[in-house]
Write a protein that binds this ligand. Structure first.
Ligand SMILES: Cc1cc2nc3c(=O)[nH]c(=O)nc-3n(C[C@H](O)[C@H](O)[C@H](O)COP(=O)(O)OP(=O)(O)OC[C@H]3O[C@@H](n4cnc5c(N)ncnc54)[C@H](O)[C@@H]3O)c2cc1C
Length: 385
């Protein structure tokens, strides 16, 4: 935590006292909300069902906007020291390289994607909060709440002991199965893809490509992507549960570190706010992992909400964040359909036409800007920290 960050917090006794803010969920979204609120002088309480941060690697991609957002709290510095910079992406189809994306075309000082296991990202965030004097309420789940008369009365469960906690603001950052969203009665509209996807984190004995390059192998509707975590370690993900039997030629696995399967859904709430209760991150939207946008979108939701709370403009929250979430859902769905398509016209476009355009730096700039979410307006406060 930077000294300036601590000073703002310690000197602003008035803001530290009100309003009372409860954050349900200590994933990347809830942690960002706690960090940004604390940096702005508030003293939120953050609780989580679990005993500590996720031990799993889950979301690996940290985009430039998230690094911008987390910089004032001193977290970006930590993440940059821990993560692996992905400087480009090689796309192969039909057994040949069709595109090589060079991230130096990204119009940003952080012109790379930072690869870091979610477990480590969360730990860096938690360390920053603990440095600032926070006590995270682990093993404490929000059971339910009622909002009336400008107050939110919450029942939390700390290892079997039920506690009543009253807040002025409740932030539901409690993930895709959000209890806060359910209690608000908000529908999570959208659809689910019936296909099962697989992912595996491995230590490699042999690999053909440099460890600063992501690689996507597309072949007749089958895709296997490789995202290097650091030298000798990669995440492989495929649109099939049995990833290990679909690794690209040249990959020799030494050790499997973690594997999982998942299904993709595209869902979003129509409103991110009901009175003093807000939703952020996976609690408000879920989509395909293509582009690694999920965690980054949650970080941006949370930071925007913290800013709006500090300026007293929370009623703008849905209007600011819903369209961006909607855009990400549409983009990731289109990309996922494109790369898993067996339609001959789509394949012609992908394998022969798009690669010609993507040889041009200007087209790479446009594509990478969209892929990493820099095509959405930068939060107004980023320039006025
Ligand atoms: C196996 C797997 C792989 C993934 N891979 C990728 C990837 O490669 N790229 C990518 O972008 N995204 C990926 N994701 C998604 C990514 O992890 C999420 O988008 C991201 O974690 C969202 O952060 P969040 O804080 O909104 O929600 P979460 O990370 O889900 O955090 C929610 C937190 O709330 C807590 N909680 C839940 N209910 C309650 C309650 N009632 N009271 C208190 N606390 C509660 C949970 O314990 C959890 O800690 C993956 C997810 C999984 C499961």
């Amino acid at each position: 935590m930077s000294t300036a960050w601590r000073k703002t917090y310690e000197n602003n006794e008035l803001m530290r006292q009100a309003p009372r803010i409860l954050i349900a969920g200590g994933g990347p979204t809830g942690l960002t909300a706690a960090i940004e609120l604390t940096r702005r002088g508030f003293a939120p309480r953050i609780i989580d069902n679990d005993a500590g941060p996720t031990p799993e690697s889950r979301a690996l991609a940290i985009h430039a906007r998230s690094l911008d957002i987390l910089e004032p709290a001193g977290i970006t510095e930590r993440l940059l020291a821990l993560g692996n910079r992905i400087n480009g992406m090689i796309i192969r189809a039909g057994g040949r390289e069709i595109v090589s994306l060079d991230f130096s075309h990204l119009p940003h000082r952080f012109n790379f994607i930072l690869a870091l296991a979610q477990a480590e990202t969360e730990t860096a965030m938690i360390d920053a909060l603990v440095d600032a004097g926070h006590d995270i309420g682990w093993r404490t789940g929000l059971k339910h709440f009622t909002a009336a008369g400008g107050e939110v009365v919450c029942t939390t469960d700390n290892d079997g002991t039920l506690i009543t906690e009253t807040a002025d603001i409740l932030i539901g950052a409690d993930g895709a199965r959000s209890q806060v969203r359910k209690d608000l009665g908000l529908s999570f509209d959208g659809e689910s893809d019936p296909h099962e996807f697989g992912l595996v984190d491995v230590e490699l004995d042999a690999w053909t490509y440099p460890f600063d390059r992501a690689v996507a192998n597309i072949d007749d509707g089958n895709i296997t992507g490789c995202f290097p975590l650091h030298e000798g370690h990669c995440r492989f993900v495929a649109n099939h549960p049995d990833v290990l039997n679909r690794l690209p030629a040249g990959a020799k696995v030494k050790k499997v570190i973690w594997q999982s399967t998942f299904r993709i859904s595209y869902r979003q709430v129509y409103s991110y706010q009901k009175g003093p209760v807000f939703l952020a991150g996976d609690a408000a939207h879920i989509h395909s992992p293509v582009g690694g946008r999920g965690m980054n979108l949650g970080i941006e939701d949370a930071a925007t909400l913290a800013w709006l709370i500090s300026t007293g403009e929370t009623d703008r929250y849905t209007a600011l964040r819903h369209p961006i979430g909607k855009k990400v859902l549409a983009f990731t769905e289109a990309q996922t359909r494109q790369i898993t398509s067996t339609n001959p016209v789509m394949k012609l476009l992908q394998n022969h036409i798009a690669p010609v355009f993507l040889k041009l730096p200007v087209m790479q700039r446009i594509a990478l800007t969209r892929l990493t979410g820099l095509d959405t307006p930068a939060p107004a406060w980023l320039g006025t920290r």
